[in-house]
Design a protein around this ligand. Structure first.
Ligand code: ADP
Ligand code: ZN
Length: 789
């Protein structure tokens, strides 16, 4: 490629037949037209191209999103136009085939518009970077026979060397007669136990030929030996039959529809997903199953793998190479069931017939970087574009989905009210920690009733799960005499103390000259770490560790149950692999008590767990978020679902300082309908979802004055659009965000409430057409935010 020509080309009249529109990942919120040199033609929408961009004409990579004829190319019209096009030219096409098909392209456009994100960025997110990089692709040498079948015997006879004869025979037996059927050289040499020399001889004589082939590495992702063994053929119970009928009405129609499968934990939802997928596969269509990342355990994957032949897996635990292998498998049609986390909603499946979103209420389906899409809502949209069916499964459906079932004709709800085999729901026990405080000395994370229950559980050789929604050793480091707390230098949050003997030196700042606690304080937002002095730097008295983290819980367990085998699971103590290993050990009974954060609450199936303890049910209630009640309810119900998943009866202890709190009360009674009714009243009164739509415009900058000026201007722009278009909206702010400083960036937000999604859309479509906000600061637009930080 001669890049020196680029400038000349740029100012030339464009004698190309075609013009394409390119969406760059890195560029502004627009797409750009380019001339496509005829020698590059043909091209398809969804392929990536390289093209000069900006004043310096640096080469950038972008997606071709539109193709059209160059009208000026036609002799007849040339010269009639006043201004002639002067377009830069595409320098090359990168992909052999489109990475994104027409359906996904349309989905990308919808995401770009709905979630207010440049199309190029959306497309970049849709195709995994491992695919773009070609991770896991290797080049190997292959060989094949270069003689006619008829000449075979003769050729063999004429050969002197024994190895040469063997090689030729082997190639014939394996049917390696051309490039396509060629054998890998290494494998051939191994099979006939030969060195390279005989091969070289044969190649010289033109009897065999060698070729370079690029192939995907073989990288299995389905874990082995973790089978939970399905007990023979499962006969659906009546509720399941009824629910499956309703789902099948949807899948058989070949038209878009959504079924909410509202069933308590263990009611057999997953079994129904499997049946629905089977029905869809029989019709020659394919399916996607979305799970929250953390529920994507080996157990789940294995369960699907036992029932389907061609599955592909997509989650964050895969290496780049594995990810690419899985993606290629899907793209080439070698997989028809994809199981994965949020981003699997973009799996390049053809003929999609069904998308299942398990635990649809999970906030982890929302992506917290651009594009800030909600996996569930994108799944619904994709199903619509593909004329497919969508199943949303949950024991505690989101208020949004419940509202949709009432108001939208495509939505339909079916219920599974009972546990499979009529297993009883676990007993729920509320423990008032204020009482417990009085009777026990010091800080105790485990109340007396819970401790007693643990003891009994251990004696019976059964297992327990303890949930504490706090990482680290303590919530914050606090001086009891002068009330000084350790804060993050960069963020407006208190630091969490983590006990450790080997702090990480790389990210650490130290306060010199004082004796240090053996551990470090860490900010959970920017991950900055600092050593903690034993004495308060302000008053010289001793520091105290207040609050109760999962590390602290582990310590207390060790003291109270020295014989028990305890393991802790949270994102501090493990990377993905260790997580799976721990779960396996727990499943195989090598661990008695599993303690940890929220990660434990989801989708795990351990029949021998008869006790679940929620150490502090109210942690979430202190968050400044209108969904705090909903989250608390969901968490308690979900953790409860981990108990008693077999004939052995389960018990759940819910420890709280706020026993009268409604979300907790309803959760303990297992009264979801009651909770919903109560919660909806508040939402309605405050114009909150599911009644109204919400958007947060979060702006940040290191310079506070600059940020304030930019925010004020943003508000003016919004007000102008609202007045001009007569939109009915509520706008609050600019105001400090709940955490008003993260990583040294000050944060302000403007919250917008709209009675309808369409109104919100109109506001942002118009805002996008406005000139950018000055002074320039970082702006994140979050449509349907799941938490307001
Ligand atoms: P959920 O997804 O609602 O938690 P699952 O589908 O995982 O429920 O079912 C829980 C357990 O019960 C699984 O081990 C499953 O194989 C089993 N199961 C599901 N349906 C039936 C049935 N009709 N009869 C017997 N066992 C069933
Ligand atoms: Zn920080």
């Amino acid at each position: 490629m001669q890049s020196s020509n680029l400038f000349e080309q740029e100012v030339e009249e464009t004698p190309c037949r075609h013009i394409i529109r390119v969406a760059f990942e890195s560029a502004a919120d627009t797409e750009f037209d380019y001339a496509l040199p005829d020698e590059i033609w043909p091209i398809e929408i969804g392929q990536r191209v390289e093209a000069p961009f900006g004043k310096k004409n640096k080469l950038h990579i972008g997606f071709c999103v539109e193709i059209r004829q160059n009208e000026q190319y036609d002799e007849g019209t040339r010269g009639q136009r006043k201004k002639s096009y002067k377009l830069k030219k595409v320098t090359r096409v990168i992909d052999k085939e489109p990475l994104v098909d027409a359906e996904l392209m349309e989905l990308a456009r919808w995401i770009s518009s709905y979630y207010v994100c440049p199309l190029g960025q959306v497309l970049a997110a849709i195709v995994p970077s491992a695919v773009k990089r070609g991770a896991g692709v290797k080049t190997q040498q292959n060989v094949y026979l270069n003689i006619k079948t008829a000449d075979f015997e003769k050729t063999i006879e004429q050969l002197r060397g024994k190895k040469q004869k063997q090689i030729v025979t082997h190639l014939k037996e394996q049917g390696a007669f051309n490039k396509e059927s060629s054998l890998e050289l290494q494998a051939l040499l191994k099979a006939v136990e030969s060195g390279r020399e005989p091969v070289q001889r044969l190649a010289q004589k033109q009897i065999i030929k060698t070729v370079q082939k690029t192939v995907m590495k073989s990288l299995p992702v389905i874990p082995e030996g973790m089978s939970i063994r399905t007990q023979g053929r499962i006969v659906l119970n009546q509720d399941q039959e009824k629910a499956l009928d309703a789902i099948k009405t949807g899948t058989d129609s070949d038209r878009f529809g959504v079924t909410l499968l509202y069933g308590v934990t263990d009611s057999g939802k997953t079994e129904l997903y499997i049946r629905a997928i089977q029905a869809v596969l029989q019709k020659g269509r394919s399916a996607i199953v979305l799970l929250p990342e953390i529920a994507l355990t080996a157990q789940t994957v294995q369960r699907f793998n036992e029932r389907f032949d061609k599955i592909a897996v997509m989650h964050s635990g895969l290496t780049a190479a594995q990810r690419n292998v899985q993606w290629q498998k899907i793209k080439s049609g070698r997989a028809d069931v994809v199981i994965g986390a949020r981003s699997a909603v973009f799996a390049p499946l053809a003929k999609l017939g069904l998308i299942v979103v398990d635990e649809e209420h999970e906030s982890s389906y929302k992506q917290d970087t651009a594009p800030r899409y909600h996996g569930r809502d994108v799944a619904i949209k994709r199903a619509q574009l593909a004329n497919a069916h969508c199943i949303l499964g949950s024991a505690t459906p989101s208020l949004e989905t419940l509202a949709n079932c009432q108001s939208k004709k495509h939505f339909n709800m079916v219920r599974l009210p009972k546990r499979v085999m009529s297993l009883p729901m676990p007993r729920m026990k509320l423990v008032d920690m204020r009482q417990s405080r009085v009777t026990q000395k010091g800080i105790n994370l485990i109340s007396e009733p819970l401790a007693e229950a643990l003891k009994v559980t251990l004696e019976r050789k059964e297992q327990a799960i303890l949930l504490l929604n706090r990482r680290g050793y303590s919530n914050f480091v606090f001086c009891p005499s002068c009330k000084h707390t350790l804060h993050c230098r960069n963020c407006d949050v208190t630091l969490t103390f983590h006990r450790s003997n080997t702090p990480r030196r790389d990210r650490m700042s130290t306060i010199t000259g004082t004796h240090m606690h053996s551990g470090y304080a860490i900010c959970h937002y920017c991950l900055a770490q600092t050593l903690v002095p034993e004495k308060c730097p302000l008053c010289g008295k001793g520091f105290a560790m207040i609050g109760l983290g999962s590390q602290r819980l582990e310590e207390e367990l060790a003291k109270k149950f020295p014989a028990a085998r305890v393991s802790r699971i949270d994102s501090d103590s493990m990377a993905g692999k260790d997580y799976y290993r721990l779960l396996r050990d727990f499943g195989q009974g090598r661990i008695d008590i599993l303690a940890g954060t929220q990660m434990l609450a989801k989708g795990l199936h351990f029949p021998n767990v008869t006790l679940v303890g929620i150490i502090s049910a109210d942690t979430g209630l202190y968050l400044p978020d209108f969904r705090a009640n909903e989250r608390t309810f969901q968490l308690i119900s979900q953790v409860a679902g981990r108990a008693g998943r077999s004939a052995k009866k389960g018990t759940v202890f819910v420890q709280t300082f706020l026993p009268e709190q409604q979300a907790i009360q309803y959760a303990v009674k297992g009264d979801f309908d009651g909770f919903i009714k109560e919660e909806l009243k508040h939402r309605k009164a405050c114009n909150l979802p599911p009644y109204w739509r919400l958007a947060a415009v979060v702006m940040r900058d290191m310079n506070f004055e600059k940020l304030e000026a930019a925010c004020a201007q943003m508000r003016q722009k919004i007000d102008r659009v609202v007045t001009r278009e007569g939109l009915k909206l509520k706008i609050r702010g600019p105001m400090p965000a709940a955490i008003n400083r993260i990583q040294r960036f000050h944060r302000m937000q403007i919250i917008i409430q709209a009675p309808q999604a369409a109104t919100m859309q109109r506001l942002f479509t118009s805002l996008r057409a406005e000139p950018p906000v000055r002074p320039a600061v970082k702006i994140a637009i979050d449509i349907d935010p799941v938490n307001l930080l």
